[in-house]
Structures are given as C-alpha cells and as structure tokens.
Design a protein around this ligand. Structure first.
Ligand code: FES
Length: 117
C-alpha cells in the first residue's frame, strides 16, 4: 500500500473466499481471523490470537501466504505443522480461498477473547 492510498482512504483490498459462506472483500493487512468474523463466520479463537490454542485453524485452497516463526513454532510443538494454518497469524495480503475447520457454534463455545488488530 502506498502513502497516497492511505492518505486518500483508498485502501487496497483482496478477495477472501470462505468455503460454504461466500466471497468477501477484505482490506489489505487485516488479520484473517478478523476478516472471517466480520464476514459472519464464527471462527474460534480461544486464546485471543496468541498462537496457543490452534482453534482458529483454516486450510487454504488458494493464496496461502508464507508462515511466520510464531505460527511455525506453535504448530510444530503441537505436531500439526502442515495440517492447517492459524488464521490469527495470517494477514490478508492477496486473494485467498480458505476453509474454516473449527466454528464456535459447532463446538458449543463462545468464539473466544477478542484478537488484537
Ligand atoms: S491460535 Fe488461538 S486464536 Fe489463533
């Protein structure tokens, strides 16, 4: 995003397609977990976005971004590396197609504490 885009309020957006829900226009840099919630998908985030609970799990059909160290270490520790990604650790920087693996309503949970922007 350029300084001009920020100044003019013309933020770049990307399309996030959520399997079973629809396709949503999402501002660049938005955490994927926030994009999902804003789109009405009750994705779980039981640790509040700290990469600890792994309940915000998603899989990518398209547009999977690189993984950061915190996410990598959390998934490796749980033996889940390669099985899914943590939507609290992914920022939308391209078009994406995802499936949400744990919905709060399916589990009978509240989604979890608010995740920092
Ligand atoms: S790992 Fe807990 S909210 Fe993402």
């Amino acid at each position: 995003m350029t300084i001009e885009q920020v100044a003019s309020g013309d933020m770049a957006t990307h399309q996030v397609k959520v399997e079973g829900f629809g396709t949503y226009e999402v501002e660049e840099g938005t955490k994927l977990v926030h994009a999902l919630e804003k789109s009405g998908v009750d994705v779980s985030h039981r640790c509040g976005g700290l990469a600890r609970c792994t309940t915000c799990r998603v899989t990518f059909a398209e547009g999977e971004p690189e993984m950061g160290q915190v996410e990598h270490d959390s998934l490796e520790e749980d033996g889940e590396l390669g099985n899914f990604r943590l939507s609290c650790q992914v920022r939308v920087d391209r078009n994406m197609e995802v499936s949400v693996l744990m919905r709060a309503s399916d589990k009978g949970w509240e989604p979890g504490p608010e995740v920092e922007p």
